[in-house]
Write a protein that binds this ligand. Structure first.
Ligand code: FEO
Ligand code: CA
Ligand code: CA
Ligand code: CA
Length: 603
């Protein structure tokens, strides 16, 4: 099987053998470098990383925790430079009891000091910094672009819900200004070089009794979980994070935030036109007529795939003209059919079932209660959709459904939770990838069209186990199949990279795989990188020449026994990666992998 795999794919690196340990692993003939670790300096005046004295001021000057979305943007902007650029990186969440000594999962909420809470608030959000490669080594430079966005950064709210009464607070009676961004998961980059960051589930940061809130249904739909709230104790230092103090603050999160990495003075903007949900990412492409198209997954069981198409085309000759382009356009949601087509159903207030009587009198209602609007138009409930990436060569799109243990077999009950054409296995513990094909592909793919074609690309699981019902290329090796796909990337040569976010089967670590999407190596993944135990790898991104692959290593040492168990099921899996130094905790880090002969990674 191994020999066959080697001859039928464009990927010629020597595939790794599976291993699960405290270190990470990459192919023979390649090198791995740590580019930035949690706590590393981003500015000349950044304090040295010192866990004992870490506070908000220090954290806001350092690389943050649990890096997720990662993108290399060449400098000068828009060039093909492969050794100099900006890195934009999001920091999704923090795990206090793995960060600070003396805390446990049971007692950390009470024991966190005010300085530690401020440090948590400072180490989340987004990092922007300049990087340069000299010889073989990437270095972080202090530069005019370097910037930290965190849980206190002032930002604007724009689009249909801006100024709505439901977004007003004591600190912001206008409903147009918010402090901070939370749960920044994956994202995307616009054609004009701004970053879109998906806020994915901010509810767990809030404290108090949610039953005191005016809109119970919305709270519950947005993923309220009694056992997973107040996770950083921030309401102790900022009362706005307590429902009783500020009943609207929670509505000001779970948006897509636009941040301009090329202008450190520009305020980030929450774009309400893109809807409110558990935003995993926001991958961007351009339709033939120049309109900008954003693809988004709502990462919860039985939630939906969304698309936003701008009203106007973007202007490649005047960057400033695109500043508010994302405020006007059409949000829609995906419905899959058994005839191999899928339709994007518009979510427009006053149109179809989205009537005033149904609660959708204005587009602000759609923006603030997007999931309920999608229910009404009849969208297809998916198995926790995450990565969603357009392929620059073929125009096709790939979407990852991570897994859904609660998907019911046919005849199992609730129709919404029962298997459907696009989510065919119940339960679905291993996840799958879909392939979407817009009209006009490959030459002139129209990503703004109403109807696409679609197919199942991969059903994850172990091909050797009949009960997994896995579907990969038959040449896939015993190390090459995977489960729990999360982020997707396409390299300059057109190959699809997949990173996984467990819980993987016994003995397997979350890893990074790569495969062709066309030809004999189609859907034939090979194991390229194994992350240290407890971590997921996120968001593979490449230099334009394909010789460097950057990837974020998130939550090393955190063992999640099952996505369905609560926080007490999380235990220290015991790695001190990447430093392996006394008194130094495991540190989430951005890494880069290159070929020792400077060739294209994967070849
Ligand atoms: Fe943050 Fe959907 O993973
Ligand atoms: Ca994650
Ligand atoms: Ca993710
Ligand atoms: Ca995930």
């Amino acid at each position: 099987v191994r020999a066959e795999a080697a001859t039928t794919s464009t990927l010629t690196f020597e595939e790794l053998q599976r291993v699960r340990d405290t270190a990470d692993h990459w192919p023979k003939g390649y090198s791995r470098q740590i580019v930035a670790r949690w706590g590393d300096a981003l500015f000349t005046d950044s304090p040295a990383f010192d866990i004992a004295s870490l506070d908000g001021k220090a954290a806001e000057r350092q690389f943050g925790y649990n890096n997720d979305f990662t993108q290399f943007l060449p400098l000068p902007q828009g060039s093909m430079t492969a050794d100099h650029g900006l890195m934009v990186v999001s920091h999704e969440y923090a795990t206090p009891y793995l960060m600070f000594p003396g805390l446990t999962v049971e007692d950390y909420r009470e024991k966190l000091s005010e300085n530690q809470i401020r440090a948590l608030m400072g180490c989340l959000g987004v990092s922007v910094f300049e990087v340069k490669k000299t010889g073989k080594e990437w270095k972080v430079l202090d530069s005019q672009y370097n910037r930290r966005v965190h849980m206190s950064t002032e930002m604007d709210i724009s689009g249909p819900a801006a100024g709505d009464d439901r977004l007003k607070t004591k600190a912001d009676p206008t409903g147009r200004k918010v402090f901070g961004t939370i749960s920044n998961c994956n994202g995307g980059i616009t054609p004009w070089g701004t970053m879109l960051s998906g806020e994915e589930g901010a509810m767990d940061v809030f404290a108090g009794d949610y039953k005191t809130l005016p809109n119970q249904e919305l709270v519950e739909r947005q993923g309220w979980d009694e056992d997973e709230n107040d996770i950083y104790s921030v309401s102790r230092v900022e009362p706005r994070f307590k429902f009783e103090e500020e009943p609207n603050e929670w509505m000001r999160f779970d948006w897509v935030v636009e941040i301009d990495p090329f202008d450190p003075e520009a305020k980030p903007v929450k774009r309400t036109s893109l809807g409110r949900m558990t935003h995993e990412g926001a991958q961007v492409t351009v339709a033939p007529d120049g309109r900008v198209v954003v693809f988004m997954g709502d990462d919860d069981d039985f939630e939906y795939l969304y698309r936003f198409v701008t009203r106007d085309p973007w202007n490649p000759n005047d960057r400033a003209a695109n500043k508010n382009l994302l405020d006007e356009g059409t949000l829609s949601v995906a419905k899959f059919s058994s005839d191999g087509t899928m339709t994007w159903l518009p979510l427009v207030a006053g149109s179809g079932p989205l009537t005033a009587e149904a609660g959708f009198a204005t587009q602000a209602d759609v923006a603030l209660n997007t999931r309920a609007a999608a229910d009404l138009v009849g969208a297809t409930p998916m198995d926790a959709p995450e990565g969603f990436v357009p392929h620059h060569g073929t125009g096709k799109l790939y979407v990852a459904m991570t897994e859904n243990e609660d998907r019911l077999v046919a005849g199992g009950g609730d129709e919404r939770e029962t298997v459907n054409v696009a989510n065919p296995r119940g339960p679905n513990p291993h996840g799958h990838l879909l392939e979407l094909v817009p009209p006009g592909a490959p030459d002139k793919p129209d990503h703004a069209a109403d109807t696409f074609k679609w197919d199942v690309f991969v059903l994850c699981g172990d091909p050797a186990k009949a009960e997994d019902e896995a579907m990969f290329n038959p040449g896939t090796s015993a190390s090459g199949w995977f489960t729990d796909p999360d982020n997707l990337g396409v390299d300059p040569a057109g190959r699809l990279w997949v990173t996984t976010d467990g819980p993987p089967p016994e003995g397997i670590a979350d890893s990074m795989y790569v495969m062709d999407t066309e030809g004999p190596g189609r859907a034939l993944p090979k194991l390229f990188y194994i992350a240290p135990v407890g971590s997921e790898c996120c968001s593979p991104t490449f230099t334009p020449d394909g010789t460097n692959v950057f990837v974020s290593i998130q939550h090393p040492g955190e063992l999640r026994l099952s996505d369905n168990e609560d926080a007490t099921a999380i235990a220290d899996a015991g790695t001190a990666w990447p430093d392996f130094a006394a008194d130094m905790p495991a540190r989430p880090s951005l890494i880069v992998i290159t070929r020792d002969d400077k060739g294209i990674v994967g070849n």
